[in-house]
Ligand binder design. Structure first.
Ligand code: ZN
Length: 122
């Protein structure tokens, strides 16, 4: 994950391309969400109000470790959900491709939490 170490460039790049999840018209845009999803999403964020990658407490989204488009039966499965700040959702959750999943998400999130905890200002 060398590219993550070039944070200023990465941040500028992400700002340039934008990273709204599955924008309207995207071929993978999700339809057929459960009527319970929005309430569950809000409850999950209320109970898990910190990004598991960065520790940020704003601009939070709920990530499905097994993506909804791969297994809709896990849409409402609490253990499949993680709170992630928007840029890290795209980067760590989906490896910069909304159609991709990151099967190592929890390990990568832990690695980045540790790196961030140990960071030093230079
Ligand atoms: Zn996601």
């Amino acid at each position: 994950m060398l590219f993550l170490e070039r944070r200023p460039l990465l941040c500028r790049t992400l700002q340039t391309v934008g990273f709204d999840p599955l924008p309207f018209g995207h071929p993978l845009a999700v339809t057929g969400r459960s009527s319970q999803w929005e309430a569950l999403r809000k409850r999950f964020l209320k109970e898990n109000p910190v990004c598991v990658v960065s520790g940020l407490k704003s601009d939070l989204q709920v990530h499905h470790v097994v993506p909804f488009h791969r297994d809709q039966s896990l849409e409402l499965e609490w253990s499949n959900l993680r709170t992630v700040a928007r840029p890290y959702h795209f980067l760590v959750g989906h490896l910069c491709d909304w159609s991709a999943a990151n099967p190592d998400f929890d390990a990568h999130a832990a690695e980045w939490r540790e790196r961030i905890a140990r960071r030093r200002r230079v």
